[in-house]
Design a protein around this ligand. Structure first.
Ligand code: NI
Ligand code: MN
Length: 229
């Protein structure tokens, strides 16, 4: 079975595996690099790593229209529930939830989290998504490099989705060190190029990673799909 990942630009990913559809950090209508309209997305789950608007500006509308389950840190899901999102799955760091299609683990991220209206968003997080076909994806959210990334890969990671933009998150140099700890089979860069402030050369980063680690880097453009077999 195949797991398909489509990058909608920034940190927004659409993932489909054996009929289960998830979107992570939906930032679409306001994103300068997203070509897809949030109205055209059909998903079962909406995962949000933290409350900054460049990670959740379309979460409410997608969750409501699709009657999808919105997953995030407790304070964040409470905020969406108050705004009328019916199905929420509150978690917290270290938590693990099993589903028929696989499981979700919420892992630390070193970052802040405020909701778009200034409310407390709890703390920022990342997700490890495991599908029953064996594919495991780590979405780092927005984060600095931190040493405990070494423990995120206790069961193996097929793909690590990592921010490389710098300024608000780790940049390319720290993302390379992150890969030394995470040891995924493959990495895909995100959270760069959306605005001038986080401009990076992903190919230069991939070249560094290939010279210094065994990790395979795949670079795709917003709107492109990658199939994990
Ligand atoms: Ni952020
Ligand atoms: Mn961000």
């Amino acid at each position: 079975m195949a797991t398909k990942l489509t990058w909608f630009g920034h940190s927004c990913w659409f993932i489909e595996s054996d009929g289960t559809r998830l979107i992570i950090d939906p930032y679409m209508a306001d994103s300068p690099t997203c070509m897809m309209r949030p109205e055209d997305v059909k998903v079962d789950y909406v995962l949000v790593t933290h409350g900054h608007s460049d990670h959740c500006s379309d979460a409410e509308s997608i969750a409501k229209r699709c009657d999808a389950m919105l997953v995030g840190v407790f304070e964040l899901t409470q905020w969406f529930a108050k705004r009328g999102v019916k199905k929420t799955l509150p978690m917290n760091i270290g938590g693990h939830v099993e589903y028929v299609w696989g499981s979700l683990r919420m892992v630390p991220a070193v970052h802040s989290s405020t909701m778009p209206d200034g409310s407390d968003g709890g703390i920022a997080s990342g997700f490890v998504i495991s599908f029953h076909d064996g594919h495991r994806i780590y979405h780092a959210g927005d984060t600095a490099f931190f040493g405990d990334m070494a423990y995120i890969n206790r069961s193996g990671i097929d793909i690590a989705l990592l921010p490389i933009g710098g300024r608000y998150t780790m940049g390319p140099y720290d993302a390379l060190d992150a890969l030394r700890l995470l040891k995924p089979r493959r990495a895909m860069p995100m959270h760069y190029g959306t605005w001038e402030m986080i401009h990076q050369d992903p190919q230069a980063w991939a070249d560094h990673v290939h010279r210094q680690t065994d990790v395979e880097v795949s670079i795709i453009q917003p709107g492109e799909m990658f199939t994990l077999v």
